[in-house]
Design a protein around this ligand. Sequence first.
Ligand SMILES: NC(=O)c1ccc[n+]([C@@H]2O[C@H](COP(=O)([O-])OP(=O)(O)OC[C@H]3O[C@@H](n4cnc5c(N)ncnc54)[C@H](O)[C@@H]3O)[C@@H](O)[C@H]2O)c1
Length: 419
Amino acid sequence: MLRVGIIGTGIISDLNYLGYYYSHDAEIVAVANLDKNEAIEKLKKWNLRKVRVYTDYKKMVDKEDLDIVEILTPHHLHYPMTEYCANAGVPGISVQKPMANTITDCVKMIEVCEEQNVKLKLYENFRFYPVYLRAKELLDQGIIGERLNFRINTIGTGGPSWPLGINSYLWRINIDMCGGGPWIYDDGQHKFSVALWLMDEERVEKVYSWIDYFTGVMDTPANIFWKYPSKNSDDPPKYGTMEFSLAPNVYYPSNYYNCDEFIEISGTKGIMWINQSTSGGNFVSKSPQYPPIAVYANGEVKTYGEDLPRDWKYSFINSTEHFIEIIKSGKGEPIYTGEQGKNLCIFAKMPYISDQRGEIVYWEEINAEKEENGSCTVEKSEDADESGLSKYGRRIKKDLRKGIKEGLKHKKFIYEFEQ
Ligand SMILES: NC(=O)c1ccc[n+]([C@@H]2O[C@H](COP(=O)([O-])OP(=O)(O)OC[C@H]3O[C@@H](n4cnc5c(N)ncnc54)[C@H](O)[C@@H]3O)[C@@H](O)[C@H]2O)c1
């Protein structure tokens, strides 16, 4: 049985623990959190009361002879925690996305894990979402021909959704801790991941973007454009776009965050639409108009994925199971590797640098050396105003109350979990 330790028992640990909880090959033996009570409460909730709790993660690593450590902490801690675990001889380290707040730290994480022969996983779960896996299979079979254009719109809705504590926000709006902003650098990692994976690409050539700070501190709304590199001179050009939209009066239930993702991919002989991810399984993707996947090709529309589990939690369970298998068998590479994790951080920094400079940014302009000379540092926007978040929060609540008064159908903030 593989021995697993978790560092950080905040919001996302509620989904990261699941794959281990249900595994026959691994078990959670210890957790570490600065706040002991928070950890104890989590263990009660997970029905794992006997698991040991540490307030110092180093002590947990030193004492527990762990096979896997799961790092679920703010981004600026990913490197020092990875370094400590690798040097202490933990053979499998899984770090939640983004890999780190800087590219420099990503490079150091890769180096120390290589030196210590550690399997380093960058944990990006959209890559394992059942509907996306089916979409990828269809795309690889050539259902829309050659992939030409990728579009993903992330819409921040009015919920109802997970209640989030202020502590989970505070470090995210601190650029030094986060590495960018809460939407593009943090949440966006998932979107950059599928923008590469579904399009069968490893990186992009160049990016242009506009980022507004309408809510005061959050990096939204935003529009980001990129070009994928040409592999052969006679290849058709390939592009992608990513939007972050705020729609505070769009209400539908999410088991998790109050946002959702809608993808459109056009190819030489067809178009694919993928409806929902984070809030998948609610009535939008259960409606005949918006099935999980719709494809138009050869003169007809076909739908796919209605049979698949659509709760977002399955992306976590699948991702964790994959890593357990890698560590258990000692064979294969994690999804993602450290190098791929670093690439996602580069991609996710490019929009900020483009917005700061008001010009196109090339992939080669974002790296550890350029961080060293200060030429690719994400800076706090002049538009960012910390009082704006609470103003925006108050406005959403007021709008919701108004919506309920006017007969909003989904007024109960409850969503039945798919079991
Ligand atoms: N895959 C996803 O969809 C997803 C979603 C949310 C968050 N995340 C990622 O997960 C990570 C954690 O995010 P979160 O939302 O759970 O944050 P959070 O703020 O809710 O939780 C962070 C936890 O880390 C703990 N912590 C901080 N410093 C520590 C230390 N020195 N030792 C031990 N514990 C420490 C805090 O006490 C807290 O429990 C981040 O990398 C974030 O980007 C991923």
